[in-house]
Design a protein around this ligand. Structure first.
Ligand code: SAM
Length: 282
């Protein structure tokens, strides 16, 4: 993003550029890890950018956060303890805590500046961070899963792209540690990038997850602000199957105030086009 521009431009992989009309710049700070910015846009509400890449827009963040949280939480038979890695904006935590059965949600975020900026400028997204069931742990998520003695029913990897501080979150050692800290029916879902622009991320995560977990899959969602619009998550579990073990009656009974996630949207998200299925080795 250039300093005096009235547009916040995200250049992705040097081949495509998305611009958001800026009304006001609200926050800009370089942390030891990355450049964190919040701008007020003309059409997308407030936007959180990290190193010039769009992380959250107020207009459509519900899509990403509902899909990263409710898919594993409605597949798991009884999720009580949840770990979110990354996700310092708080959107994933907010969705996790909509589940009345969740007793504890730990957020392991490496960068306190992301949490600070989100609490100040994205209060609707960050609201869950103040819930008494949430513990914010500032530190490397890779180290947290390596060292923690806690066990979790669901792990949500809500990370930046696979470079910089997030690089190891896309490696096999990390996922072996995730398996160790997951309970019997444990599930892990991970942000897996754009199928159009970085199919290699889904392919690599698939290769890493298959030998570690008996159930692996991926699911898609569309959104407004990430390059290419179509985006992916991976799903891996110690047993629960992502579509067969979903109980639509349980989703209906929960009566959560959601705008994107629903049982039929959940099932449809796992219908993968052949080019994505092939990348997953299926
Ligand atoms: N929804 C987003 C997206 O895909 O565009 C993800 C947003 S969230 C703000 C990503 C967070 O992951 C960032 O705040 C970043 O600091 C954090 N992160 C990156 N590497 C990490 C690590 N090793 N441990 C914990 N958090 C990490």
């Amino acid at each position: 993003m250039t300093r005096r521009a009235r547009w916040a431009d995200e250049t992705y992989q040097g081949i495509v550029r998305t611009g958001f009309r800026v009304k006001r710049r609200l926050f800009k700070k370089r942390s030891p890890f990355q450049l964190v910015e919040v701008v007020e846009t003309a059409g997308h509400g407030r936007l959180l950018l990290i190193d010039g890449m769009t992380m959250v827009s107020e207009r459509d963040e519900f899509v990403y956060h509902e899909m990263i949280a409710h898919v594993p939480l409605f597949v798991h038979p009884r999720p009580r303890r949840v770990l979110v890695i990354g996700g310092g904006d708080g959107g994933s935590v907010r969705e996790v805590l909509r589940h009345a059965g969740v007793e504890r949600c730990v957020l392991a975020e490496i960068d306190p500046v992301v949490v600070e900026a989100s609490r100040r400028f994205l209060p609707g997204t960050a609201s869950g961070l103040s819930d008494r069931r949430c513990e914010v742990r500032i530190g490397d998520g890779v180290r947290f899963v390596r060292e923690t003695a806690e066990r979790f029913d669901v792990v949500i990897v809500d990370s930046t792209e696979p470079f910089g501080p997030a690089k190891e979150l896309f490696g096999p050692a990390f996922y072996k540690d995730v398996r160790r800290i997951l309970t019997k029916d444990g599930i892990v879902v991970s942000q897996a990038g754009s199928p159009f622009y970085e199919l290699s991320t889904i392919r690599n995560l698939g290769r890493i997850l298959r030998p570690i977990f008996p159930v692996t899959d991926a699911y898609l969602f569309t959104n407004l602000t990430y390059p290419g619009g179509l985006w992916a998550f991976t799903f891996a579990s110690k047993g629960p199957r992502p579509v067969k073990d979903l109980k639509p009656a349980r989703v209906r009974a929960a009566r959560l105030p959601l705008r994107w996630y629903a049982a039929d949207v959940h099932a449809a998200a796992f219908a993968l086009p052949p080019f994505v299925r092939k990348a997953l080795g299926r």
